[in-house]
Design a protein around this ligand. Structure first.
Ligand code: FES
Length: 365
């Protein structure tokens, strides 16, 4: 039998009396819990049959200001309508933003985490995108209300002796608060900022004010396309590298880092669903609505369902946040997430990345 040592000290002495007393207390406590939460008249109110999980906050915020930060880039300052304190966030955090049209987008927080009364996000206009950035740029006005969920952090800043930051374009938004944090703590850092031209690279002035490290601004029209392998050699051995930018830059960094510095850590972030690899087509039946949805080989189940059903909850689309967890009523699942516990996988799945492991699937949706 394996031994157990508590985190705070030596193994607890194996006293039979003590164990019996503990068991009696636990048993009594459980019986009381059962009477109140399971059998009592208040049980339906206290213990909901479908537990709701709150990992973060849902709130309406008012747009306090809209600033042009660079060519095709605006920042929005958001605050609570009554001016109250906002939930805490750390460098790397983002918000899910629900635009008035119903579009849902994720934007990194790029303001000051110490300012508990305002959030700042920045949005680049993508002319041929899905319309979210155009909606922000062309229709949002100061005073409008925006529904947001979060903050959430899937791009945490780990403790390190030194940092190399590589930001491409609007990928500066999660990196900027990290640079400021490293700068404020006096930790050695270097940063490479990539973009098309200086004119469309936001927050250059704020980076200039961070004088404790080294910022290399490399717009394509002056330096040509970046050689990511060469940029990575600027990392101090054993340091942490954070990359946020276009997928070719992040993908190259992930591919090359182990050869360049096997002792360092690499952290990248993407805001869109990764491509489906090795998928097969399948059908999914939604038990509550009776709808059957066909999922193509290169399509996520979340996307296929959203085309036919409104209001499906999701966020990261990459299998880490847990928002899209749905009960599975029939069939086997090919789980592709890193979030669910083994015990959860028996009866539920994350529909943004996981798929049917063969036949048709039936979901509790
Ligand atoms: S949307 Fe985040 S896990 Fe599916």
């Amino acid at each position: 039998m394996a031994g157990f040592t508590s985190r705070w000290g030596a193994p607890a002495p194996a006293s039979d009396d003590g164990i019996e007393t503990s068991l009696r207390v636990v048993t009594k406590g459980f019986a009381a819990y059962q009477r109140l939460f399971v059998e009592g008249g208040l049980a339906p109110l206290l213990s909901r049959p479908n537990p709701l999980r709150y990992d973060d906050f849902d709130m309406d915020l008012v747009v306090k200001g809209i600033e042009t930060e660079a060519e095709d880039v605006v920042s929005l300052t958001l605050a609570a309508p009554g001016g109250g304190v906002l939930p805490v966030w750390n460098p790397g955090s983002h918000l899910d933003v629900f635009l008035p049209s119903g579009r849902q987008r994720q934007y990194s927080l790029c303001g000051d985490p110490a300012d508990r009364h305002r959030y700042r996000i920045a949005v680049r206009l993508i002319g041929d995108g899905g319309g979210g950035s155009r909606e922000v740029h062309e229709t949002l006005r100061t005073g409008d209300l925006l529904h947001v969920r979060g903050p959430r952090n899937a791009f945490r800043m780990v403790a390190a002796d030194s940092y190399l930051f590589i930001a491409g374009g609007i990928g500066i938004t999660p990196i900027l608060p990290m640079v400021k944090a490293a700068n404020a703590r006096g930790i050695p850092w270097r940063m490479v900022y990539l973009g098309r031209t200086r004119e469309n690279m936001p927050f250059l002035d704020e980076l200039e004010a961070c004088t404790g490290g080294d910022v290399d601004v490399r717009p394509d029209d002056e330096f040509g396309l970046p050689d990511v392998g060469r940029l990575l050699t600027r990392l101090h051995p054993g340091g942490a590298t954070y990359v946020c930018g276009p997928p070719p830059v992040s993908d190259a960094a992930r591919r090359l880092i182990s050869a360049i510095d096997p002792t360092g850590s690499m952290h990248t972030e993407r805001f869109s669903a990764p491509p489906v690899v090795g998928g097969k087509p399948f059908d999914v039946k939604l038990a509550r609505s009776g709808v059957t949805v066909s999922v193509a080989a290169d399509q996520s189940m979340l996307d296929a369902i959203r085309e036919q059903v409104a209001g499906v909850v999701y966020s990261c689309q990459q299998g880490y946040c847990g928002s899209c967890k749905i009960g599975v009523l029939a069939s086997r699942v090919e789980h592709r997430d890193n979030r669910l516990l083994e015990s959860e996988r028996k009866a539920s799945m994350l529909i943004c990345v996981s798929r049917s492991d063969g036949g048709p699937l039936v979901l509790d949706l």
